[in-house]
Ligand binder design. Structure first.
Ligand code: TXA
Ligand code: MG
Length: 332
C-alpha cells in the first residue's frame, strides 16, 4: 500500500507500525529503504524474510539528525575514531554510511551478528520526519536495506517498491530519490578508513574531509565482507547488460542492421540504428544525473521486455566511480 508521506498523520501512523515491530518502506535521498526497528531482533528478522536476504548479511541502521541522533549513535556504536567523526561532521545528514564497532547487546540482528554496525543519517526530509517520530516512540534507529528483493535493482520510487513486495507492505511515498544510487560505505572500524562501496560522494572528497587516504581491503589484509552490495553480480535487471565504448556500440548496431530486436541502448553519444525495434535512449552528460536515473532506466528496459541492454562505457574519473561500480555489477 502506497501512502502519501505528506498526508496528515501518515508519518505518525508509520512510526506506530514500526514501534509495533512491523515493516514500513521509506524514501531516502539515495534509494528507498525497507525499515524496521533496529533495536528489535524480531522486527529485523521480518526484513530478512521479506527480502529473501541471507541472514548474516548486515543491514544499515538509519539515525535521526541532531541530539536524538547523537544519542542513538552512542547507543549503537562505540566512540568513533577522529577520522570518522570528521566524516560525520562533513557528510551527515547525507549519502554516507559508516561502519563502526558495535556496542555489545544492541542491534545484533541488524548487524548480521557481526561486531560492527553500519550507520547512516539520511538527508531526505521525510526519512528524517519518520526517524524523529520513531525516536519519540523509543525506536532509536531503523534498520533499512534497499527495499528490493535480494540481488535485484534498488528502488528509487514508491512504485518500484510496491512492484517488488506487493500491496501488503506500507510504502511512504516521498517522490523519486534525488541521488539514485546507494550511499558510499566507509569502514571506520579498522584503524584506517576503507571504502567498501563507492557512492555519490567522490572518494577524493571523502579523503579531503577525513584527512586520510582511503585504504583498500587488500592493503589492510581484510577478508571479503558479507556485504550484498559488494557481491560481484548484484543490482541486476533481468535483461543482460553489456558495457561498450561508443564506437564498438555503433559497430554492433551496424552489423545487426535492420534485424536487430529486443535491444535497448543507453549512451551519451548519438548513435544510429537501421532497426525500428532497437530502443535508443540518451544518457545525460553528468554523473549525478546518470546516478539519479540509473536504476529507473534499467527497470524501464526490463518492463519493455528488452533482452539485451547495451550501455556506453563511463569515464574513468572519480566523479563516475559510483555509477561505474553499479553498472559493472549489473553487467557481471
Ligand atoms: O543508500 C543506502 O545505503 C540505502 C538506503 C536505504 O539507506 N541502503 C542500502 O542498504 O543500500 P543495503 O542493505 O541494501 O546495503 C547495505 C550494505 C550491504 O552491502 C551490507 O552488507 C553493508 O552495507 N553493511 C552493512 N553493515 C555492515 C557491516 N557491519 N560491515 C560491513 N558491511 C556492512
Ligand atoms: Mg541493497
Amino acid at each position: 500500500m502506497i501512502l502519501d508521506g505528506q498526508a496528515p498523520g501518515a508519518i505518525e501512523q508509520a512510526a506506530r507500525r514500526l514501534r509495533a515491530g512491523g515493516l514500513v518502506a521509506f524514501p531516502t535521498e539515495t534509494v528507498y529503504g525497507l525499515g524496521a526497528d533496529a533495536t528489535s531482533d524480531t522486527a529485523v528478522a521480518g526484513i530478512f524474510r521479506a527480502k529473501g536476504r541471507p541472514v548474516g548479511h548486515p543491514l544499515i541502521v538509519h539515525l535521526a539528525d541532531g541530539v536524538k541522533g547523537e544519542q542513538a549513535l552512542s547507543r549503537f556504536a562505540q566512540p568513533l575514531p577522529p577520522f570518522a567523526q570528521a566524516l560525520v561532521r562533513a557528510f551527515w545528514p547525507g549519502p554516507l554510511t559508516l561502519i563502526a564497532t558495535r556496542q555489545p547487546g544492541v542491534g545484533a540482528a541488524a548487524a548480521g551478528g557481526q561486531d560492527t554496525i553500519g550507520l547512516r543519517c539520511p538527508a531526505h526530509p521525510m526519512a528524517q520526519a519518520l526517524l524523529a517520530a520513531c525516536a519519540e516512540h523509543g525506536v532509536a534507529g531503523l534498520a533499512g536495506p534497499s527495499a528490493n528483493r535480494f540481488g535485484r535493482v534498488s528502488p528509487t520510487t514508491a512504485a518500484h517498491v510496491a512492484s517488488e513486495f506487493g500491496d501488503d507492505l506500507w510504502v511512504l511515498d516521498g517522490g523519486p530519490c534525488q541521488v539514485g544510487i546507494e550511499s558510499a560505505i566507509v569502514d571506520c572500524s579498522r584503524g584506517a578508513p576503507v571504502l567498501l562501496r563507492p557512492g555519490a560522494i567522490p572518494r577524493d572528497h571523502i579523503e579531503a574531509a577525513c584527512g586520510e587516504r582511503l585504504a583498500t581491503r587488500e592493503e589492510l589484509g581484510l577478508p571479503d565482507p558479507r556485504a550484498s552490495g559488494t557481491l560481484e553480480s548484484h543490482y541486476a535487471p533481468s535483461a543482460q547488460v553489456r558495457l561498450m565504448p561508443a564506437q564498438a556500440l555503433q559497430t554492433a548496431l551496424d552489423l545487426l542492421g535492420a534485424d536487430a530486436a529486443h535491444i535497448a541502448v543507453w549512451s551519451r553519444s548519438v548513435l544510429r540504428t537501421a532497426s525500428q525495434r532497437v530502443l535508443l535512449r540518451r544518457m545525460p552528460d553528468d554523473a549525478q544525473a546518470v546516478a539519479q536515473q540509473l536504476f529507473a532506466v534499467l527497470r524501464d528496459f526490463d518492463a519493455l521486455g528488452v533482452r539485451l541492454i547495451w550501455i556506453e562505457a563511463l569515464p574513468e574519473t572519480p566523479l563516475w566511480e559510483g555509477v561505474r561500480d553499479r553498472l559493472a555489477r549489473a553487467a557481471a
